[in-house]
Design a protein around this ligand. Sequence first.
Ligand code: SAM
Length: 271
Amino acid sequence: MKRSGRYTYLLGDTPRERARLAFQAKLWDPVSHALFDRIGVRRGWKVLEIGPGQGSLHLELRKRVKGPVDVVERSPVFAGRLARLCRRDGFGPDHVWQADLIDAPLPRATYDLIFIRWVFLFLPNPETHVKKLARALKPGGVLAIQDYHRETLAMVPRPEEWTRLVLADLAFFASQGGHASIGGYLPEMYRRAGLTVEDIGLTVKSGRPGSAVWTWLSTYFLGVLDRYTDFAPFTKLDAARLRRQWLAASRQKTSLLIGPALLDIIGRKPR
Ligand SMILES: C[S@@+](CC[C@H](N)C(=O)[O-])C[C@H]1O[C@@H](n2cnc3c(N)ncnc32)[C@H](O)[C@@H]1O
């Protein structure tokens, strides 16, 4: 398949990233299951998932439609693992485009539901992607994107370096044309793509040291801290100090981490 060659996916598919995604999915999958309930995903629906990663929600969608679910996944590692998992549930092989979404030759007016969690924040030209997905929906079909409104992210007590971390976080995603806080922009993009915005859901998770939320946020941010020093004004000294404070905060039972808010943006193509 032709590759766009314009875009590097920032987080890759290493064993460490796969373990991080699996942990994150355990924490967050119930929020997506509730979204599937609200949308009313049911047997026989034609569904497309973009960027399933470790695939827990993909298997859930297959279970709900009782059949295969089409996939666009750029990583051969994730796509290969998904194919192995799907051989076990008896719902048949998926149609898989192993490609960047922008290069996948999606059929027109085909899907009852297109679902995407944590992919849009990486994508350059998100509006072009929304329009592409809108074309692939059937009249009456639903586009459901779960992605971040990043601005709730906080550590309490707040380290002096936090504001520079937040700027580096935005710059990291922007380095490949993405937006770490894409969620809030999506409703207008839906409207410009001809979709009716039917619902915008919100979930914010927070946690103390020892909680799954603390582990989820610490694993990501301590894992990328050194890469973030490429993005001024966050410095190597900031990274070293913040890491020390983070580990010290982990030993204080009163510390608090507030995660980035997850928005569910649900839009429908007019009939
Ligand atoms: C952060 S992971 C999220 C995985 C999964 N959706 C979840 O919620 O756990 C992003 C996923 O999107 C895939 N991906 C990234 N950019 C993509 C693109 N342009 N087209 C298709 N898949 C992409 C990655 O390979 C990875 O599987």
